[in-house]
Design a protein around this ligand. Sequence first.
Ligand code: ASP
Ligand code: MG
Length: 300
Amino acid sequence: MNAHLPWIVAKFGGTSVSSVESILQIIEIVKQYRKENRQTLIVVSAFSGVSNVLESIINGPEQVNIDETCTWLEQKHRSMLTQLDLSSPRLEQLLYDKLNFIREAHARLMDEQLASFYATQAAVMGIGEQLSSAFFRDFIERRLSENVSLTDARDWLVSESAEHRSVADRYLNAECDVKLNKTMRQQIEALGAVVITQGFIASNACGETVVLGRGGSDTSAAYFAVMLGAERLDIWTDVPGMFSGNPRQIPEARQLRKLDYKEAQEIASTGAKVLHPRCLRPVRIADIPVFVGSTFSREK
Ligand code: ASP
Ligand code: MG
């Protein structure tokens, strides 16, 4: 069998997928990967603000005005469809179905005795990435003039059963134990050289949706990088690289040029909020380099 082309796993965060300008940068980044003969798995977050709104629904269903909240979600996604000139009956239907699901889940969450309370919370949290990835696939495919496939992250990432953890954590802060998976790599390769999937979501052994904790898309991307044996994990966000503090809040924070995993882990754990704290461990073990770049000021 032919040696396979190297894989890059590229994660794009919520702010990077939420403005047309930055989305056009993403297209350039993916074109560059293709020029360099890399196969690319794109991992996307929900559009910015969406996960916060979904979290408000699951954390305080009684306090939420579900009509207003769904109108906000609808407008947010419709505005992306319009800005990207993407409207199609299929995406309209998807949006409609997901909004219905949220309404219905909200009604169920009002009952605290609900047996599947945490499962329902996780299912609601996972909607943002399902919408953004579907929208994004259509847009990227149009711009790249190459086939772009969407694959459901829940088909590949299965959470650990983690009996010692609380039920809430198992659904809302799930972890996966991953290793190189050549069968999966072959199956993903069969989908084409550019494949897109959702960050943040996984499934459990029963096939239910679970989520990896807020900011968990980085960790999803790290899991995929390990399973594919990727050449590199690229985390594209709104700040270029790792800093000595949160550059969104501390203007004098220094940019750190090259770090080992341990230093990067320390920074990630002390709240610089560039990387999800659980994202580095799997790539460190598999020895996969991580690049952190900004879709807003691109240099490499
Ligand atoms: N959308 C999820 C969140 O905002 C996951 C992520 O963006 O990494 O927490
Ligand atoms: Mg996010």
